[in-house]
Design a protein around this ligand. Structure first.
Ligand SMILES: [Zn+2]
Length: 370
């Protein structure tokens, strides 16, 4: 999960006692985005729901900085909770995640389970399943599903819990709306290449679902937070595509989605973008996902997005590129991400078929969506 300035200002609005927070766009009929004058279906594979109560210490620390320093701690907690209840619940009228997605003209969205007790908190598989099974989980024309799910795994204490965790993963993937697995070792500060996690990829093969990995740094934890070289090296292994390479090679029949394409959100000189391209060119089971790095506070002029899309096209990787925003919880940002991506596609010369492949068709195929 990556938060931006939009989230900060909306939290502030709430704090200032504003009882009216205007929705980003009007509550109008569903409108599909267009590219070169034609309608383009958009599927966003990267959406989050959340709960301030389970948020970990690093997540809270990060969000506290978005609030005035003089506020008492319990008032900060209260405002974060109130905000999360408005914008990070799936079906809250006017502000919920589904409303934001519909405002953005998205036809389907991937909701991710999260096990990150240190950072963003926990949204377990069972809660995602209940959101998927909810009678409100229907598309703009009443079709099943609007949200599809990605199940996750609690990778802490895996030595003693692996058997239980893998059973739980299998149980969750039997839900007809669960279409993949999502892992984010960086939020758990655990090495991505630990062979104890092999069982997860075997489950992925069994259910024929892709495994999504957060690749690249996280704004919640800087390399400079670590004191020794050894600690830094270990932390780097939590989000490095190079650390994941042997696993990708060992499982040619499991699709791996490299989320955020190795972008360094902290600009500390640990950008993995080139490695991510190399992996995608070497291994046909590698897919790349373009979420978050295009957000205004990382890429105000669209330069990173332009470079990414230009490279993906030049390297003939567009049939393995997925659209996602990771912009949940920030009113208006989900719609903004669609717009900035389509604008960037125009600047770098995508044709209509290329835009359609990235914006929805690849996700439809990979996640076997109805
Ligand atoms: Zn995320």
């Amino acid at each position: 999960m990556i938060l931006t300035r939009a989230a900060r200002s909306s939290t502030l609005l709430l704090l200032l006692g504003s009882s009216f927070l205007a929705p980003a766009t009007s509550y109008a009929a569903f409108k599909e985005p267009t590219y070169k004058g034609e309608k383009v279906e958009v599927i966003d594979v990267h959406q989050h729901v959340g709960d301030a109560k389970t948020m970990g210490p690093l997540g809270k620390e990060f969000l506290y900085k978005t609030l005035p320093n003089w506020l008492p701690r319990n008032f900060k907690d209260w405002s974060l909770e109130a905000m999360a209840n408005l914008v990070l619940k799936p079906y809250t009228p006017f502000f919920g995640v589904k409303r934001e997605c519909l405002n953005a003209g998205l036809s389907m969205c991937g909701l991710m389970s999260v096990y990150a007790p240190l950072t963003w908190g926990t949204v377990d598989n069972a809660s995602i399943e209940s959101m998927l099974s909810d009678s409100r989980n229907r598309g703009p024309n009443g079709e099943l599903w609007y949200f599809f799910g990605m199940a996750s795994v609690n990778v802490h204490n895996f030595d003693s819990t692996a058997e239980y965790e893998l059973l739980e993963l299998r149980r969750s993937l039997k839900h007809p709306g669960m279409k993949g697995i999502k892992l984010a070792f960086v939020h758990n500060e655990l090495p991505i290449d630990d062979e104890r996690y092999e069982g997860i990829y075997e489950v992925a093969r069994e259910f024929a679902v892709p495994v999504y990995h957060h690749i690249g740094s996280s704004p919640l934890r800087k390399m400079s937070d670590f004191k020794t070289d050894e600690e830094r090296k270990k932390f780097l292994r939590s989000s490095s595509p190079l650390a994941l390479e042997a696993t990708i090679a060992r499982h040619p029949d499991v699709p791996f989605v490299l989320g955020h394409m190795g972008f360094d959100f902290n600009r500390e000189g640990f950008d993995f973008t080139d490695d991510v391209y190399r992996l995608a060119l070497t291994y046909p089971n590698v897919y790349l996902e373009i979420s978050a790095f295009g957000l205004a506070n990382y890429d105000p002029e669209g330069k990173f997005m332009d470079a990414a899309l230009r490279n993906l096209k030049a390297k003939k990787l567009l049939s393995r590129t997925l659209y996602g925003s990771d912009a949940s919880g920030q009113p208006g940002a989900v719609a903004q991400y669609v717009k900035l991506t389509l604008k960037s596609m125009e600047r770098v010369g995508f044709n209509l078929d290329e835009a359609r492949a990235v914006m929805s068709l690849n996700a439809r195929k990979l996640y076997r969506l109805p």
